[in-house]
Ligand binder design. Structure first.
Ligand code: MG
Length: 248
């Protein structure tokens, strides 16, 4: 079932999204050579709790932290720990906050120090592909229009789209219907309606699209060990076009 939010509900949800966005910004500012992923996680948790909100991911399906921090070939769901970030790493951070009865969900990949031109290209293309997808999140379009826009943008540049994980509806629950794949066929899938709120989140690989999950049951890495990037916004579908809720 797809939950449709009225404008009052959307403005309540926006507050959760703003906290998520500010938490992500703080996390990004903390990324530098020498810091551990666990330290970044603590900064985020402290901030979210200081706002009277709860980290959406903490305890979700027994996830042990407030953020997912996924370095280099890790695609998503990296568990923050004592790992020290090195110059040249790319660091994907996914953060959600629960406030007012709603979740906000967003992610970005940050460079640690100077990164290679290849890594820079992957980050730029993944970020841009998110905005290509968001541009299709308009009333009357379908889910396939979002995914195909993301897919076309990155594949034209020689990157690949992860198939095994997809975006999702988000609202009172962190993961709701519909699924929002980063691939697809224009004009296919669920029709987009005003009041739907979607987490659009391209996960884009430098090499092939295949991923595997490590023994901890969470950490998801590229099969070929090449880099992966991840950008995400929570977006509301409205009569006036897409509204990025996770934009402070
Ligand atoms: Mg998400």
């Amino acid at each position: 079932m797809i939950a449709i939010k009225n404008s009052r509900e959307l403005s309540m949800m926006r507050e959760a999204c703003i906290i998520s966005a500010r938490a992500l910004k703080l996390a990004g500012e903390a990324v530098e050579p020498g810091v551990t992923t666990g330290e970044i996680d603590r900064i985020v948790r402290r901030y979210i709790e200081s706002q009277g909100a709860k980290p959406s991911f903490l305890g979700y399906g027994d996830f042990p932290a407030s953020t997912c921090i996924s370095v280099n070939e890790t695609v998503i769901h990296g568990i923050p720990d004592k790992r020290v970030i090195k110059a040249g790493d790319i660091v994907s951070i996914d953060v959600g906050a629960y406030f007012n009865g709603y979740h906000g969900d967003n992610a970005a990949t940050f460079p640690a120090g100077d990164i290679s031109p290849e890594a820079e290209g992957l980050l730029t293309a993944t970020r841009e592909s998110l905005y290509e997808g968001i541009a299709q999140a308009v009333v009357g379009n379908r889910i396939g229009d979002i995914g195909s826009a993301v897919q076309r943008y990155v594949e034209m540049r020689g990157y690949s789209v992860v198939r095994q994980f997809v975006g999702h509806g988000v609202g009172a629950n962190l993961h709701e219907d519909p699924s929002v794949p980063n691939f697809g066929t224009p004009g296919r899938g669920q029709r987009l309606l005003p009041g739907m709120t979607l987490a659009i989140e391209p996960m884009i690989n430098m090499g092939g699209p295949e991923v595997r999950i490590l023994k901890d049951g969470w950490t998801t890495v590229t099969q070929d060990g090449k880099l992966s990037a991840h950008f995400e916004h929570t977006v509301a579908i409205t009569q006036d076009g897409p509204v990025i809720l996770t934009m402070p």
